[in-house]
Design a protein around this ligand. Sequence first.
Ligand SMILES: O=c1nc[nH]c2c1ncn2[C@H]1C[C@H](O)[C@@H](COP(=O)(O)OP(=O)(O)OP(=O)(O)O)O1
Ligand SMILES: [Mg+2]
Length: 482
Amino acid sequence: MNSAPIAFMDSGVGGLTVLREAMRQLPHEDVIFLGDQARLPYGPRPAAQVREFSWQMTNFLRRFGIKMLVIACNTATAAALEDLRSQLDIPVVGVIVPGARAAVKATATRHIGVIATEGTVRSGAYEKAIKRRTNDIKVTSMAAPKFVPLVESNEYKSPIAKKVVAETLQPLLGQGIDTLVMGCTHYPLLRPFIQDAVGPDVKLIDSGRETVGEVSVLLDYFNLATDKQTTGSRRFFTTGSAEMFKTIAGDWLDMADINVQHVDIEGEPSTYQRVIAAHDNTIVVASTNKGKIAEIGKFFAARDMRVVGLDAFPHVEEVDETGTTFEENARLKADGYSKQLHLPVIADDSGLMVDALDGAPGVFSARYAGEAHNDAANNAKLLASLADTPKDKRQAQFRSVLVLARPDHPDEDIVASGSVHGEIVSIPRGDNGFGYDPFFFLPELGMTMAELSMDQKNEISHRGAALRNLGKILNEKGILQK
Ligand SMILES: O=c1nc[nH]c2c1ncn2[C@H]1C[C@H](O)[C@@H](COP(=O)(O)OP(=O)(O)OP(=O)(O)O)O1
Ligand SMILES: [Mg+2]
């Protein structure tokens, strides 16, 4: 039993013909679809490049903790299936073998036609898959490069499409072909015109539809099927226009409200790479500060969450902290990273506010001495600024504002804050913690923050308080149980 999503990828919207069948046959499964429309069509591209694009799509999709990958594209199957399968530890399903198998089963005249993109035809993948089964079948393959653009431009129901299809398929007529493989997942959208062109006696094989049968068998074989009884979630990503995608997907899948997001995958690795796969319980701590990641991470780990830092995502674009308040900066970080990663993100913006310095360094705490993240320089500047301030006038506080951003509730950030009061001392004490901790003295404890263990710090610190407040809100909202 496994409730992780199944991923489908294609050069564009063609893979939706596979997805539609999957939604029909496996309605309870969560699915994620990615169409690489920005780089379409794949058909004319060299196989090596299609393989690189396929890895980029795959690496993007693996972040979602997928349990199976379906290459819902014949060109990408021909170019990349073997490579993906040999390196991934989840089942990878391509569309060619299921299509070939169905065609072998269907033909009586032992003459099968295959229409596909140039890349698929050039690869000879269908011939190989058919001949591997039986040698006494004749295969006639033909590239139909005009079909994909017709579908992607949403022209697939137009009279022009009908004409183009009829003209393209003309050479296949009168050869004794009784079975025609639609060897590109875009083609089933043109099915009525294709059937018209070849006549009612030719059996059309929808390679994508056949593939879903295979997916279904593998789910059972590896015991990966979900045990949920409710309709699964459907998420769509395109590297092209989300609006254009929505129009075709809405029509083809007969779904009124589709969750489509534009994504950029050109920064994804184009070969196998270790990827931190996110599961339902993954949370990203949007910080590069190890101390913070540890403190926030501990809180969520104790609540059975899987915590990852930003270092798990080397391609993420850094979010600038341009706000004027802690809350503003925390929101910028949480929203900015959650949008890019499509994962729940917790961000902290925090700092030291010294009474005698009118609240400075405040939001500028990390770059107080200019260059960001130089604790020693920041502390030196702090001491210099307080050189003339007597001991009893050195009250200060740490403040932390936490923001949780969730991709499924993009307009509902959850905000919690906390603070702790103390005094700034001139001689540092303690090796724990980070930042200003060795100079932040807690009179009630007679220790600086850097003399506390992480657990002790979390009990009294601004961040600890903010986390407890956040925990309360998450409990009340039913987001966290503990
Ligand atoms: O518990 C703390 N103990 C000592 N110092 C602290 C603490 N909490 C915040 N601070 C200081 C360190 C940093 O100079 C600044 C936070 O700046 P802030 O932008 O929120 O964090 P950051 O740049 O270190 O990491 P990031 O933005 O990637 O989360 O305040
Ligand atoms: Mg920062």
